[in-house]
Ligand binder design. Structure first.
Ligand code: FMN
Length: 145
């Protein structure tokens, strides 16, 4: 699949097959996220792979549009790192670029994925920080699976 085809055929997928996703595939997705452009090349992101069913259930309980997590093999929490960003305003922009790269890579690899919005909703940011136990410098951004 070439890049144009991947961009034009990617769709949000909310039902998933039960096959496991390999560690190598997850690493490829993360690498594609890390190759996204970022302001001054600060790469102000951190990725957290969540495959613990208890934690995924807690996310589903707090996030009203996350029911697809019940079938997902994992979620990738994309966090902005305030200590690395050029300025705070760049965090959503840079992390969005990384998130879209991951979504396109998942599609190119034949995986279904969907962006789950956390930022800019304060209640979801507070809830995911509490569920995951994020360090204070990590600014929670969107989540995909
Ligand atoms: C910032 C953002 C937040 C989103 N949050 C959710 C979400 O919480 N749950 C969900 O099912 N889809 C979510 N989506 C996916 C959108 O609904 C989807 O991208 C849009 O309807 C277009 O469909 P497509 O991705 O198939 O082109 C989100 C997308 C973005 C960009």
């Amino acid at each position: 699949m070439d890049t144009i085809e991947a961009i034009l055929t990617r769709r949000s997928i909310r039902h998933y097959a039960p096959q496991p996703v390999s560690k190598e595939t997850i690493e490829t997705l993360l690498k594609c996220g890390m190759y996204a452009p970022s302001a001054s090349n600060k790469q102000p992101w951190q990725f957290i792979v969540i495959d613990d069913r208890t934690i995924l259930a807690e996310i589903m309980a707090m996030h009203p549009y996350s029911k697809m997590l019940a079938e997902a093999q994992c979620a990738i929490l994309v966090c902005g790192d305030e200590e690395k960003a050029l300025a705070p305003g760049y965090i959503p922009v840079d992390c969005s670029a990384a998130t879209e790269n991951i979504l396109l890579a998942a599609h190119a690899l034949g995986l279904g994925a969907c962006w789950l919005g956390i930022h800019p909703r304060e209640e979801r940011i507070a809830a995911i920080k509490q569920i995951i136990g994020l360090p204070v410098n990590l600014y929670t951004f969107p989540k995909i699976l």
